[in-house]
Ligand binder design. Structure first.
Ligand code: ITT
Length: 202
């Protein structure tokens, strides 16, 4: 069974990764199991930051690593918070702090102009200096609500309206969020590419 380190410190991501990849023959363990220290996310794009995180975990463990860099792009804020989504309200901000700041920034913005999307970049490295990473991207379109709704998911889920389902993403059952979300889409592309990689080695 292929062993992979999951390069994230976000428990919400660990949950979703574990569920979405549960049908693959992979032994996935979070980087906290190996005491991997967080790396500074100095990239200017999701893909750069995902590579930094995967490389850091692979370097510290000597195992293949998978990372997710993700965030929320809000059109009325010219794409903010974007790659700074986890620290939008400051370096130690909680999800509630970030959501409060976002709702305040959008005060008075009409519904039609509250369009937004979640982006997820997945990177898989076979080893720290792997020159051919697997890269997969998922995008999930929605709108920003005027107040939080629901208590599922994590991060910006309570303020993200899912037009196809008529609820916030925090109100979706977890398996439905995983089916349609940016992370679900990216991980399904990843699964396909990983399948091709493993087949190529038979
Ligand atoms: P790691 O870097 O350790 O993986 P992080 O939370 O700092 O954890 P990111 O830098 O990728 O990860 O920041 C992504 C932020 O975007 C995350 O903290 C949430 O605020 C938001 N986000 C990403 N995916 C989300 C989702 O499915 N639902 C709600 N918010 C999400």
């Amino acid at each position: 069974m292929q062993r992979i380190v999951l390069a994230t410190g976000n428990p919400g991501k660990v949950r979703e990764f574990t569920d979405i990849l549960s049908d693959l023959d992979l032994a996935i363990r979070p980087q906290s199991d190996f005491g991997v220290p967080d790396v500074e996310e100095t990239g200017l794009s999701f893909v750069e930051n995902a590579i930094l995180k995967a490389r850091n975990a692979a370097a510290h463990t000597g195992q293949p690593a998978i990372a997710d860099d993700s965030g929320l792009e809000v059109d009325a804020l010219n794409g903010a918070p974007g790659i700074y989504s986890s620290r939008y309200a400051g370096p130690a901000a909680s999800a509630e702090d970030n959501n409060r700041k976002l709702l305040r920034a959008l005060e008075g913005v009409p519904e039609a102009e509250r369009t937004a999307r979640f982006i997820c970049l997945i990177v898989y490295l076979r080893y720290a200096d792997d020159p051919t990473p697997i890269i997969a991207q998922g995008v999930w379109e929605g709108r920003i609500l005027t107040e939080p709704r629901g208590d599922g998911g994590f991060g910006y889920d309570p303020v993200f309206w899912v037009p196809t389902h008529g609820c916030s993403s925090a109100e979706l059952p977890p398996e439905e969020k995983n089916r349609i979300s940016h992370r679900g889409i990216a991980l399904n592309i990843f699964k396909h590419q990983m399948g091709l990689l493993l087949d190529g080695r038979d």
